[in-house]
Design a protein around this ligand. Structure first.
Ligand code: NAP
Length: 241
């Protein structure tokens, strides 16, 4: 089957300097899209943008900073004059029991994983309506399934799934498609310090997740998707023997 192309499309990927965001960017670039990657670590962004063909644009920014969403969209429109795809992959994850889920931790998790997504979507909406574009929410299976010590993260991802359904309704009138992706365990630096190497070796590869997400973005626009769950063949934390 031939790969559907995205030539001429301009795609913004938050969290594009590492992990799933970087993998989605690489797969979108292979399909011909122009990439703009946002994240805080400039060196990580440049490492990815320089490796893309065509090369991408690095936007070092904290997505929670006041005014950041408007600046990101203005920068993209100034350079390219259009915006077709926004992939919200920036996110933070830390396991904490409810007794240690203090106000600061709760707010930081919700700020990065949920509020910043809403703010950037609001800023990008008009431009996405002009291009009949697409919004991709990188949520998690944690939106659908309970894992211990996960209150703040689960709330943020459950919120993403909920707004994905709302934006889908609002987007229909504008020709905007909204894709909600719920990956299970994927081997990225998100797991640094909390999953041993043998467990990580059984997780999904970020490159594979990136390929699937890019193929959904490039797919026939007469098809819509319910939240898409991506999971490894078996639970990476459980061995047979
Ligand atoms: N790995 C998994 O098992 C898994 C499973 C389900 C869902 N997810 C979701 O997938 C997304 C990507 O995670 P990942 O696994 O690829 O881990 P990752 O490599 O740690 O990616 C997270 C990215 O978010 C960026 N980021 C964090 N805070 C930011 C902020 N305030 N402003 C701008 N960028 C920020 C980070 O870049 P900087 O630090 O440079 O800012 C980093 O590039 C996250 O939303 C995560 O919740 C991951």
């Amino acid at each position: 089957m031939s790969e559907k192309r995205l030539d001429g499309a301009v795609a913004l990927v938050t969290g594009g300097g590492s992990g799933i965001g970087a993998a989605v960017a690489e797969s979108l670039a292979k399909r011909g899209a122009q990439l703009v990657l946002a994240g805080r670590r400039e060196d990580r962004l440049h490492a990815i943008t320089n490796s893309l063909q065509p090369s991408g644009v690095a936007l070092p920014v904290d997505v929670t900073a006041p005014g950041a969403p408007g600046q990101i969209v203005d920068e993209i429109i100034g350079r390219f004059g259009r915006l077709d795809v926004v992939v919200h992959a920036a996110g933070i994850f830390e396991k904490r029991p409810i007794t240690e889920t203090d106000e600061a931790f709760w707010h930081r998790t919700l700020d990065v994983n949920l509020s910043a997504v809403v703010a950037l979507t609001r800023s990008a909406w008009g431009r996405l309506a002009e291009s009949a574009g697409q919004i991709v929410l990188i949520s998690s299976v944690a939106a659908l399934q309970g894992f211990a010590e996960n209150t703040a993260y689960a709330a943020s991802k459950g919120g993403l799934n909920a707004i994905g359904e709302v934006l889908r309704e609002e987007g229909r009138a504008e020709g905007i498609r909204v894709l909600t992706i719920c990956p299970a365990q994927t081997d990225t630096e998100l797991w640094d310090g909390s999953a041993p190497p043998d467990v990580r070796s059984r997780m999904m590869q970020a490159s594979g997740v990136g390929d699937v997400v890019a193929s959904l973005i490039a797919s026939d626009r007469s098809i819509d998707f319910a939240p898409v769950i991506l999971r490894p063949p078996s639970n990476p934390w459980v061995t047979d023997g």
